[in-house]
Design a protein around this ligand. Sequence first.
Ligand SMILES: [Zn+2]
Length: 607
Amino acid sequence: MINRKKTTIISVIALFCLLLVACARQKDTPRERPLFDEDGMYSEENFIYNSALEKDGAHLIVDGKTEYCIRYEDTTDESVLTAVNELKSYFDTLCGGIDVRTGDSEGKAIRIGKYGYTPPAPLKKTGAYIVEIGENDVLIYAENVYGLTNGVYGFMEDYLGCVFFDHETTYIPKVGSMILAEKTDVQEPAFESRDVGDNETWNHASFAQKMRVRQDEAFLTDSCHHSVGLIPKEILDAHREYYAYINGARRTGAYWGQAAQLCFSNEEVIDLLEEAIVNKAKSSTSDQTIWWDISQQDSMNYCHCAKCAALTEETNNPAAPIFRCVNIIAKRHPELKFSTLAYHYGSEPPKNIEFEDNVMIKWCIMSSYGANDYSAPLSEGKSEIARKQYKEIVGWSELTDNIYVWDYITNYFNYLLPFPCLDAMPGNIRLLRDCGVDGVLSLSAYNSRGFGDRLKANFAAHLLWNPDLNETEFINKFMTLYFGKDAAPFMIRMYRRMQESLTGKLWVYDEPTLLSKHHQEGYLSSRMTEEYYSLLSEAVEACGGDETYLKRLRFERLCLLYVSIKSEYGTQEELALLKDEFKELCAEFSVTRLNETGTDTVVDFCK
Ligand SMILES: [Zn+2]
């Protein structure tokens, strides 16, 4: 009895001791704090706290000092050198400098290059990379310059917590220490070719590289809509039969206001197009693979001759003569690659056609005359056009493995008009990934500023790398760092309210005062616009006079002013004041062009 009592007491004491040890250990090794709170808001403070937590791995910065250097394998590639320099500037900012050299050296280093490393498995995609974090070293490994630049910028974002806002602004969290746990991180992009057509990415190559997009070596698609121009004019002039036959005649010039097309069933036309492409390929100095394009003009004037009509009938697609023509030339030239458009009258997958392996289909999330719906992902089938397009891309994915897609994330008639497509973007990009699409261009406001452009360019680029990213966290983090943590909740709410009050289709050519008046009852109503102004005022109030944040908020105001002026919300006197302010803000942000074609200028808009 006594013994049993003794045993029980000993057990209780032992258990108590164990608990004490466990508690002490927990105290010694503090846990990481969550980066997002229950409302989904990003905590910069917790990121900084976590970065300083002691762990086995690379102690890149300890109390504002670094013992590391940057080493990179010798290269003359401008993009790699720029990336190395960007990484250097991170350490310059936080530690007052870092030694950077080519080659190798003893001691702690961030190495950029191959450095004799054998990857756990061969990398699959062109821009893939590996970040290998060891006890003393970080290796950023890739097999080509695309992967190396991606690796440096990806490392800066994913591990060092940086965010690239635009080509001249990078957010660097002000950490005192940066300690990284040991890890092998293999990064493969979801799409082989990724491009974001935004005013920053298309005007500043270094920014595109930071976004890990436009590294399209495998997809230089030789443009499109230029087949007529491939055949010398004097030959075409001498052969009316080379042109499309429509309503009883060969149409050699514009017809019904649209450009002339070729008769792609004419065997001589096929031979001439073949000759033109072969000559282009021979004279090309590019060391990259080019997918030579043979496709329709941007015109509905397709051929109705007996042969073309029969093919159209057989395949249920009026672009079938073009598909057949491309297939014939592709078969004759297996050493070359070709592309054609699944667009306009040819957007639906044809019946009874098998595509050659060296032919790529280029499809748009946009049907004839730009019809589309970005109010929700296509897979939700919210509108007839969304259901049609969903069916199209799934159908194409069953026909070919080579698909390139144009996606659109702005309003091309009204760049500054709020365009709430943030809900549609992730779902659509996941759908394209699931359809095995190889390359995507997310086209934004590429030749002027547009509503939400900084966020959308960043979001699109990261979705193209990893479509499974947590979109709410991504947006909230970006907004928190871009507008500041105090103003961000109001801006997140403003963007959310735009999405929630959206009714009916959201079209890239929406004109809220003409064909898309439903938006004036929905997300662009006078009542909703007032709500946005009010949220924006609260954001301005909250950011405590910080000029960086205030400037970014002024751009948001510019977009709201565009809504008010466009919809004439206010008396003539009120509108006159808004127009003055609009002009001032356009000058501040160098906005002169309000739509894609540049036909709508600030001066015209404010008349
Ligand atoms: Zn024809």
